[in-house]
Design a protein around this ligand. Sequence first.
Ligand code: ATP
Length: 454
Amino acid sequence: MEKAEAVTMEKIVSLSRRRGFVFPSSEIYGGLGSAYDYGHYGVLAKNNVKARWLEAMIQERDDIVALDSAIILNPRIWEASGHVEGFSDPLVDCRTCKLRFRADQLGESACGRKPSKKPGETPECDLTEPRQFHLMFETKVGAVEDSGSKAYLRPETAQGIFVNFKNVLQLARRKPPFGIAQIGKSFRNEITPGNFLFRTREFEQMEMEYFVPPAEAEKWYRYWIDERFGWYTRYGLRESHLRVRPHEADELSHYSSATSDIEYLFPIGWSELEGIADRGDFDLSRHTEFSGTKLEYVDGVTGERYVPHVIEPAGGVDRALLAFLVDAYDEEVVGERERTVLRLHPRIAPVKAAVLPLIGKSEEMVAKAQALYEELRLRHSVEYDDSGAIGRRYRRQDEIGTPWAFTIDEQTLEDDTVTVRDRDSLAQERLPIGGVRAWLDDALERDWKTPKAD
Ligand code: ATP
């Protein structure tokens, strides 16, 4: 029989806080709605998500280069991209409960007074007509407050890539198909943020713009859907919890001729993890028009010239991390004890291994454990812990998703072997202490599949 999913969003929020992954932001000042700060383990895990993405985009292939563009760009860029004119959501206010709702999501929203009802469903609901609400954050640049100094915090990283197209083409000597990849913060004044890290106003994106000859756009669009789907399963998400959903014609953005979302079955239901869009030549043509700089590819040998089409996989770092946490969360009873465990992919897990002297008061065990810890920490994120009962120390590591624990016990003092405890199977084996480093290097290279039922 299929085991019911133990995970809920509340449990993820509570574990994240309890173990120092993610805190509500500005907490001592009463917080700021839907803003979060990452603590130690959150930073390590988030960095791992980004590192795995960069590896897949840059290290493992020859056709993509990296970029890190500015957050505040020339405001004309957002006119060219269509954001100044069109980046808004329709919004309705309820005069009775004073809440705001996205007009296109009334069916999925809850009335402020009767959460069992949708906005507009009770006789007391008094909704305004929809108004367009702009999602870009405005700011001022420089000391002079005139309209010339108005600028925006970027709502996506992609435009910083398009405006560097010529630089990369010339300086990195690329020829389509090639890509430019960037990770960075984006800002959107979302009307209805929420569901923890799923939708916030400040978030990180991982975006790659892949420039292709126009006739190859369809082929590369399919290719990148498969590639990105494969990345999520490679790092542990269950295939049964992932799906590709092509957009209907009326859902497509103004720039896109085709878009598919990779969706994950979050506790809130199937929701977008990443979008893969065929943006055609919209962006390069618009920036050519607005900047006066020709953004096209000219073949040095044949003289052929064209405006490349763009395929864009655009994902969220925070949203991906949330999916990894949700997918990894598990509860089980071992012996008489209940344990919570994050079955994270070892290369996503914030800590790779714990080094634990069985008896924290034994000087000999502590000395051996510390020596092993010093050796391992040079290469990997590892932790040393000698405080409290060993069972408690294991459970703490289980909750932060540490895949292995190396325990130094009485036998170590006799024969220089240690036990390796596996987070998922709880199997223990003995290893020579001198071989632990190579064992861990090797374990981190192995393919990994979640032990959770698909
Ligand atoms: P949604 O429909 O959920 O608002 P979107 O289609 O507007 O998302 P894109 O513009 O395609 O999102 O952005 C690419 C990715 O960036 C999304 O798939 C998501 O992972 C992430 N993302 C977008 N908005 C947010 C947000 N407010 N908070 C966290 N991540 C976000």
